[in-house]
Design a protein around this ligand. Structure first.
Ligand code: ATP
Length: 587
């Protein structure tokens, strides 16, 4: 097939403003494309040579493209740059220069789609020190054989400026019409795309094997499945009603979604946008290698930043430090992650996407060996509003965003690429941000593990309630302590240790060590939340709930100048909660 045939269609597509017409033009192109190269033509029409999840890109900078054009046209780079100032488009400039050159040459080999594609592919694969020269030579070679119109589109493609605006959905429409026998088959074709994210593969399967091939289409390890998304409601009653009275409620962890594909020892991680992010998370790959017991699997997890010392979850923002190309080793040490697994889409030859959620979850449980840094999402099955609310508050307090409530009905399949009512997110409407530090009393402690063995992993902290002269717990704090602080703590607290909870301390949490309320520390938290566990201002804001400080961090200040009774009071915490209540923008 000649590349000029594609270029002609591109030109027409560019000229149209109507979507239907665009689809029609695409249908025409797909119909006349030989089946063996239909995948390549599909990628090319979107300005690519592979689906997005493949990391290879042609990647030619404008500067290089100008050099190649100078080379192919025998003109100076400065002339080309001058012309580009007028056109503002490297494609059009290439068209102009090739036009002028052509008037002087007699013979040119017609360019085929195959040849153009292969050359693009070679350019994408060029690496190492000679990569730039290789790319220029290859591109110049193509331009030398190109017609002016072809040159325009070649240039736009290699510099990432094709911009025909052909969306995935338009290609699917066109495919269904060209090869599926009509729009009715669109749904089947779309499902194949949703479970493979590879339009080229879908096109080729449909063109070569027809609808039968598409009906047999299964998930493939290595090809990301488009993620299932959730709707949102903020009332637990509504959620339960929508899900048929009963659901599984899972912690909604606040991290980055990861879809892991495992084939033996080989593991690839895809982001929510289906980019290959394996390089960012060698530690997550290692966890999956050790804890996924299946030979082949596609599983989904939320990857969450954790405090390296306490194992507690950290806010989502901390994961941003992992978004880098270099210095991964150091970032991995400073910002380690845990994985919370929440779905299994394929296991050892079995496509699970059409199985109901309880079956998928059970399969997930059967192939995951849990460990410190690898857990299955915490969950309950409930039909009770109160229980759902309580679990929600626990989730918030543990550092999660809220809950994911999922259908457990027969039809609770994995809706790849769709946002539907089978999953409903339950997040808060309000957030009470903390701007001020608080001074809290150390009333208990928990033994440390790992690096913190022999000292405390976290302290149980309380605010003072002067009305009843008692101390009410408000958080567990294990962050912000230096190694020096940690080494000193047991010694420093030794004289305050008592064998049981102090009578003036009100706590529902069982600490490993109890203290007489004496020592005051300064703490800054991210926000104040309702809590079913902490006793601070119990029943004041809402029946059955106290208040808690989320993501507390020790500032480094021991308030030796303060007696326990001078600590922040429970009333002050209530005031802070009310004053800083902010509506969270709908997300
Ligand atoms: P979107 O719904 O468009 O994905 P978003 O990216 O802001 O929006 P949310 O809607 O807030 O994310 O929630 C969906 C995300 O929650 C999932 O994509 C996933 O990353 C995360 N998540 C955390 N825990 C779970 C869980 N147990 N089950 C499913 N998803 C979870």
């Amino acid at each position: 097939m000649r590349y000029s045939e594609i270029a002609d269609v591109y030109e027409k597509i560019e000229a149209t403003t109507k979507r239907l017409e665009m689809t029609g033009l695409l249908v025409g192109l797909l119909k006349k494309t030989p089946k063996e190269i239909i995948d390549k033509v599909v990628y090319l029409t979107q300005g690519k040579i592979y689906p997005d999840f493949v990391k290879l890109e042609i990647g030619v900078a404008e500067r290089l493209a100008i050099k190649a054009l100078a080379y192919a046209s025998g003109r100076r780079e400065s002339e080309i740059e001058e012309n580009m100032k007028k056109t503002g488009d490297i494609g059009e400039t290439a068209q102009n220069f090739v036009e002028r050159k052509r008037q002087m040459t007699f013979f040119q080999k017609p360019l085929t789609v195959q040849k153009v594609y292969e050359t693009f592919d070679k350019m994408a694969r060029a690496s190492g020190s000679g990569a730039i020269d290789t790319k220029i030579t290859l591109l110049a070679g193509l331009l030398a054989d190109a017609t002016p119109k072809e040159a325009k589109y070649i240039m736009r493609t290699v510099t990432g400026n094709l911009r025909l605006g052909i969306a995935d959905m338009t290609v699917l429409d066109a495919l269904a019409i060209a090869y599926g026998g009509g729009k009715e088959t669109r749904e089947l074709v779309e499902r194949a795309y949703n479970i493979s994210s590879d339009l080229g593969l879908v096109a080729k399967t449909l063109a070569e094997e027809g609808l039968e091939g598409i009906k047999k289409f299964k998930v493939i390890v290595g090809k990301p499945i488009r993620p299932m998304l959730a709707e949102r409601l903020s009332l637990p009653e509504e959620i339960l009603e929508k899900l048929g009275g009963k659901c599984v409620a899972e912690y909604k962890y606040d991290g980055e979604r990861i879809q892991a594909h495992k084939k033996g020892d080989e593991i690839t991680l895809f982001s929510r946008r289906l980019e290959d992010i394996s390089d960012q998370y060698p530690d997550a790959i290692d966890l999956l290698r050790r804890h996924v017991l299946a030979e082949e699997a596609i599983v989904e997890a939320e990857c969450v930043a954790i405090d390296p010392d306490t194992g507690e979850m950290r806010p989502f923002q901390e994961l941003m430090h992992r978004r880098r190309k270099y210095g991964i080793e150091k970032a991995m040490e400073e910002y380690p992650v845990s994985l919370f697994m929440f779905d299994a889409l394929y296991v050892d030859g079995k496509d699970l996407t059409l199985e109901p959620y309880p079956v998928r979850r059970k399969t997930l449980e059967s192939i995951i060996r849990e460990g410190d840094r690898m857990k299955i999402a915490k969950s309950i099955i409930t039909g009770d509003v109160k229980e759902l609310e309580k679990f929600f508050l626990e989730a918030i307090e543990d550092g999660c965003e809220g809950l994911m409530c999922k259908s457990i009905n027969e039809d609770s399949v994995y809706q790849a690429g769709a946002r539907g009512w089978l999953w409903i997110k339950y997040k808060r409407d309000y957030k009470s941000e903390m701007t001020d530090t608080v001074d809290l009393v150390v009333v208990g402690a928990f033994h440390g593990r790992g690096k913190r063995a022999g000292t405390y992993g976290a302290l149980l902290l309380a605010a003072y309630n002067p009305e009843n002269d008692i101390f009410e717990t408000v958080c567990k704090c294990g962050t912000g302590f230096t190694d020096e602080d940690l080494a000193k703590l047991p010694e420093m607290m030794k004289k305050h240790v008592i064998p049981h909870k102090h009578p003036r301390v009100n706590s529902q949490i069982e600490a490993d060590v109890w203290f007489e309320p004496k020592v005051v520390v300064e703490v800054l938290g991210a926000e104040i939340t309702l809590s079913p566990i902490h006793t601070c201002a119990m029943n004041t804001i809402r029946q059955g709930n106290g208040l808690a400080i989320r993501f507390p961090r020790f500032t480094g200040n021991y308030r030796l100048d303060k007696a326990a009774e001078d600590a922040t009071t429970t009333t002050e915490i209530v005031e802070m909660y009310q004053k800083q209540l902010k509506k969270i923008a709908e997300s």
